[in-house]
Structures are given as structure tokens and as C-alpha cells.
Design a protein around this ligand. Structure first.
Ligand code: PLP
Length: 376
């Protein structure tokens, strides 16, 4: 099986499985208890936080563990906005866990402004600049698009926003970006950054919110005061240990992995030389996601055919839902017919060039067969 849907989720690294298992069996104690075995678990928790912080470029006390990035994004929109009368700016390329939060605030009377995308899938920087004003409370721009892999220039966006309003808080959804670009989190200059472990070789159900040092956010959950008093509830130690292990392994594997070394470019070259394929979302530095619009096929049918032939690919965000079309691709100017033919190939550090190129051939052969069978 060649698995090319790593933007949806990844296989958990063996070491990360073992880290979780240890924390569920021998080191199962509650980190908030006071006896020695529990203190040992608490030390493990804080060491995991430090390890993740060092790898992702943040201070340990800036990271709060959450249950997923959806939770982190919701937290920012529900509790992280200081100027309650201010406007909110997001991009048309946001994941639904940001977009729906913004829509919820809009329904409560907030002025929510949406920066359009360029045809290549980047946030339109000029339009974004126009939308930010002296009353902008929050700007939230996705770091790497989960649909196209396009990497938004977050540092530049931060400078632009701050030049117009230094009080505006800036959030970035970093689920597909953390460790997949050369930027460390604090180097981006954002106030908030969300990430999810299951895109990096750790289990589903654990994520984090980066909160810039010195910034106050009101707690997400009140109770026993865990996570610096910001997210009460006994921490998910097994998954946090697994997260820390995976982040390190992911980072250590980057130098020698195909995705970080031109695999996407090669696939673009392969498909670009063939009839009826168009790369959606072009950019120089996006590496882990490739969105292709294929003429004359329906992505869902191709996906099923490929599954039976041992290749798993994606079809836009797993949570976009085919019934709802694809808001992000539509914002890039694709029509319904083009969107129907869009597939997403996404890679992990263990994706080899041989497997990816073999999958590309199987995809192309299957497309030719489908085209000859069905006329859409
Ligand atoms: N944001 C982006 C860009 C994503 O790709 C995803 C998941 O696919 C999420 C947020 C949600 O992450 P989680 O599954 O941890 O809630």
C-alpha cells in the first residue's frame, strides 16, 4: 500500500507508540499527584514540553497542550480576542476549524472580513493590508494550506499587520506548517499558533496552542489549574509523550526525506508533462502537499479505483465534505467541475521517491482508463 494522504493523518512512529505505551503502563501515574512516582511523570511531562519547544522554536512555557488543533483554533477565537468591539480578518483559505469559528463570531455581530486568495492559492497580501485597520482585533492566516500546500509568508504578514495596527493579535493555523517549513514558531512573530500531533507521526487527539510569552488569554477550561491554569483537566500524558517523541523523530528525519528534497517538484514535472493535469497552488517552497486538478475524471471515483490498486490519495480536506464542495479551491477561482477533479497527494518523512513515482504512474494509468470509460 502506498499511502499518500498524510495531510489527513500519518502513521504513528514506532517509538511514539512505545512512548505512549510506557506512559499507559509503567508510568501511568497522575502527574498532578505529589508522591515520587507521580512527580516523575510530571517531570516527563515538562521534559516533553521542553523537547517539543526546542524542536519547534518556542519557549516551553509558551506551549499549552490541547486535545487537537480544532480545539486550539476554537480557543483563540472564543477566548483570545481582547478588543471585543474590533473586527476580525481571516483568509478565504482557512481550514473549517478557523472559518467556522469566524462565522460564529459573525453571527454574534462581529465584523468579520475575509481576505481573498490569489489564483495560486496565496493570501492576497494587498487585499489583506486593506482589510486591517485601527480596529482590527484579530488576524488569522493559515501557515500552510491543507488543500494546496501553499506556504503563506507569515513573517511578512505579521510585519504588514503590525505596521497598520500594533495591537492586533495574530494567529496562524500551523497544522500543516509546523516543522514543514524552515521557520520556528517564535521566528514567525505571531501571538498564537495551533498545531496537531497526528500530522507528525503521533496519535490523533493531541495538539497544542502556542501563546506568545507575556500574552494573557483567558483559560479554555477551568478546574484544577493544569497547563499553567489555562486548560484544566488531567493531561493526556501518553499522547504528550508520544507527541514529543514524534516531533523529534520527524525533525531528525527531515534532512534525508524525499518530501523535503524536491519530491513535489518531481511529481509536478511528471504530471506537468502529461495531458489534462494542472497543479493547483504553485509556489517555490511547498513540499508536503500536491493538489492536482485532473481533466475528465471525478476525484472520488479515481480515489476508489486507486485504493483497490494499492494507492491511497486524498480528495481535498477530509473534513470539507464532498457535499459542500470545496470553499478554498473555489476561492482560488476553480469552478465546480474543476473542483470535482481535484485530488490531493500528501507526503510524510517516510514517503520514498520510488513509491511516490510508482504511485504517480498508477494514478496516470488509472486516469487514462477512467477517461476512456466515462465521459463527464
Ligand atoms: N487546521 C488544518 C490546516 C488542518 O489540516 C487540520 C486537520 O486536518 C486541522 C486544523 C484540524 O486538526 P485536528 O484534527 O487536530 O483538530
Amino acid at each position: 500500500m502506498i499511502y499518500l494522504d498524510n495531510a489527513a493523518t500519518t502513521r504513528v512512529f514506532d517509538n511514539a507508540v512505545q512512548a505512549a505505551e510506557r506512559a499507559m503502563t509503567t508510568d501511568f501515574f497522575n502527574p498532578n499527584a505529589t508522591y515520587k512516582s507521580a512527580v516523575f511523570v510530571n517531570d516527563n511531562l515538562e521534559n516533553a514540553r521542553k523537547q517539543i519547544a526546542a524542536v519547534v522554536g518556542a519557549r516551553a512555557d509558551e506551549l499549552v497542550f490541547t486535545s487537537c488543533a480544532t480545539e486550539s483554533n476554537n480557543w483563540v477565537f472564543n477566548n483570545g480576542i481582547k478588543n471585543k468591539n474590533g473586527n476580525i480578518v481571516i483568509s478565504a483559505g482557512e481550514h473549517s476549524s478557523v472559518y467556522e469559528c469566524a462565522m460564529q463570531l459573525k453571527s454574534r455581530g462581529y465584523d468579520v472580513r475575509i481576505a481573498p486568495l490569489t489564483r495560486n492559492g496565496y493570501v492576497d497580501l494587498c487585499k489583506l493590508e486593506e482589510l486591517v485597520d485601527k480596529n482590527t482585533a484579530l488576524v488569522s492566516i493559515i501557515h500552510v494550506s491543507n488543500e494546496t500546500g501553499v506556504v503563506n509568508p507569515i513573517k511578512q504578514i505579521v510585519q504588514t499587520v503590525r505596521a497598520k495596527n500594533e495591537k492586533t493579535l495574530i494567529h496562524s493555523d500551523g497544522v500543516q506548517g509546523m516543522l514543514k517549513t524552515t521557520d520556528g514558531i517564535s521566528g514567525l512573530g505571531v501571538d498564537y499558533y495551533s498545531a496537531s500531533a497526528h500530522k507528525l507521526g503521533a496519535p490523533k487527539g493531541i495538539g497544542l496552542l502556542y501563546i506568545r510569552h507575556g500574552l494573557n488569554i483567558s483559560p479554555l477550561l477551568r478546574g484544577g489549574g493544569q497547563e499553567h491554569g489555562l486548560r484544566s483537566g488531567t493531561q493526556n500524558i501518553p499522547y504528550i509523550m508520544s507527541f514529543a517523541s514524534a516531533v523529534k523523530e520527524f525533525a531528525d528525519s527531515l534532512a534525508n526525506c524525499a518530501a523535503a528534497n524536491g519530491l513535489r517538484r518531481e511529481l509536478c514535472g511528471y504530471f506537468g508533462g502529461k495531458d489534462g493535469y494542472k497543479v493547483i497552488g504553485e509556489g517555490p517552497d511547498n513540499g508536503f502537499i500536491l493538489c492536482l486538478c485532473i481533466n475528465g475524471i471525478k476525484a472520488e471515483i479515481l480515489q476508489n479505483v486507486l485504493h483497490d490498486r494499492g494507492v491511497i490519495i486524498g480528495k481535498g480536506a477530509a473534513c470539507s465534505g464532498s457535499k459542500r464542495g470545496n470553499r478554498v479551491l473555489a476561492a482560488m477561482g476553480l469552478d465546480a467541475r474543476q473542483i470535482e477533479g481535484c485530488v490531493r497527494l500528501s507526503f510524510f518523512v517516510d514517503t520514498t521517491k520510488q513509491d511516490a513515482m510508482r504511485a504517480a504512474e498508477i494514478i496516470n494509468n488509472s486516469v487514462q482508463e477512467l477517461r476512456s470509460k466515462y465521459v463527464r
